[in-house]
Ligand binder design. Structure first.
Ligand SMILES: *Cc1c(COP(=O)(O)O)cnc(C)c1O
Length: 395
């Protein structure tokens, strides 16, 4: 028998999670808003309660048809068996940590982890008696093995790292973690479909759908994807106990966003690389932190494990510039908004120097730095804007 051919990403994003026969042939699922689900009789309601972890609606907090359509699409994007939609990307980080960690456990976090995830570990998790150690994201298999203690239950990863864009050797980290019985979690927001987490040893994959899936800077949503029935039950039970839920209106917008994501991503990735290459040739710039550029220190790992890139990267300026100089450059840009988040259709630029906490000695970058998100504008216009900005920097 010939193995079934996997269709291209754009094809799958066009066809996954369609409404099917449920809505009499309309292409898209409806928005189902609801708390109460009615049953014909008591027996049917009792029967329904047995299916808590299935896609079987008994109460609004379990989600409804709009959520399930998006869950199917996200499972398709990530290559996992089942996905859960949560109200924010940050909830998608904190819910699995709560699901798999308890008092007395130890958690390993990369020093380059998304800042609010660090806040959660140093805040509530610490108060609950879970200890976190921050590790160098560029750790190898032996280094990771040495960090794992008997009570290490979660090895968390994020590749590339927030603001500094280190690519992690996920298969090596996963081998070390699994040999010692720890779960491997990954924030795969940057990789989207270019990194296939479950083929690389990840057990629990997290995405902020707020970014490219939403694509229009108008919603907050997160997803957690797993690849086994057992992991699904642990995850679903934690989300239920915590009362986590996402708005069906936002799920509907995410479903709309996902239909165009393949083309947006392709265009933004190409524009982002053009802008990154242009910046890396400028004398004001020390280095551009973009994993798809050959000069990136982990470019070979990126080539091995990723099938593409998105349009988010960092820029380190020459050390002769101050943070004030950098802010003068950013403040005068006309096409780049100054704001957090990314993955929308519009370009953004924020200063990251002074905004980053590092405690494992990985915080030396060589100069003031910013993070750039490239949107759907014409790259020539973005480059012209950056050029006039760099002129303000002087020598
Ligand atoms: C934005 C982001 C999140 C959190 O997403 P929100 O929806 O803003 O809460 C998590 N991880 C990474 C890497 C992000 O960039």
């Amino acid at each position: 028998m010939t193995p079934q051919r996997r269709q291209g990403f754009a094809t799958r994003m066009s066809h996954a999670g369609r409404a099917g026969t449920h809505v009499h042939g309309f292409v898209n699922p409806a928005v189902h808003r609801g708390s109460t689900v009615l049953f014909p009789d008591c027996a049917a309601r009792r029967e329904g309660a047995k299916h808590r972890f299935e896609q079987y609606m008994t109460y609004g907090t379990q989600g409804g048809p709009t959520h399930y359509a998006l869950e199917d699409v996200v499972a398709e994007i990530e290559g996992g068996s089942r996905a859960l939609i949560l109200g924010t990307g940050l909830a998608a980080v904190t819910v699995p940590l709560q699901a798999w960690l308890k008092s007395g456990d130890h958690c390993l976090m990369p020093d380059s982890v998304y800042g609010p995830a660090r806040n959660f570990c140093d805040g509530l998790l610490r108060g609950w008696g879970v200890e976190t150690t921050y590790y160098d994201p560029c750790v190898d298999e032996a280094g990771m093995a040495a960090l794992i203690r008997p009570n290490t239950k979660v090895v968390y990863t994020e590749s590339p790292g927030s603001h500094s864009f280190e690519i992690q050797d996920i298969p090596a980290i996963a081998r070390a973690a699994h040999a010692r019985g720890a779960k491997v979690m990954m924030d795969n927001t940057w990789g989207i479909h270019h990194f296939r987490p479950f083929e690389k040893g990840v057990d629990v994959s997290i995405q902020a759908l707020t970014k490219y899936v939403g694509g229009h800077s108008d919603i907050l949503l997160g997803s957690v994807t797993v690849n086994s029935e057992e992991d699904w039950r642990v995850l679903r039970a934690a989300a239920s106990q915590l009362g986590q839920y996402a708005s069906p209106d936002d799920c509907w917008l995410a479903l709309r966003g996902v239909r165009t994501m393949a083309v947006r991503l392709q265009r933004q990735a190409a524009s982002g690389l053009e802008v990154a290459r242009w910046l890396s040739a400028r004398p004001e710039v020390l280095r551009v932190m973009h994993p798809a550029l050959p000069k990136h220190p982990q470019h070979a790992l990126w080539q091995r494990d990723f099938s593409g890139t998105c349009s988010l990267f960092g820029v380190v300026f020459q050390p002769r510039y101050t943070l004030d100089d950098l802010c003068r450059f950013i403040d005068g840009l006309a096409l780049f908004g100054i704001g957090a988040s990314w993955g929308g259709y519009e370009s953004l630029c924020i200063a990251t120097t002074g905004n980053i906490t590092r405690t494992a000695g990985t915080g030396e970058f060589g100069g003031p730095m910013c993070r750039i998100h490239v949107g759907l504008e014409e790259p020539a216009d973005l480059i012209a804007d950056l050029e006039q900005g760099l002129a303000r920097l002087g020598g």
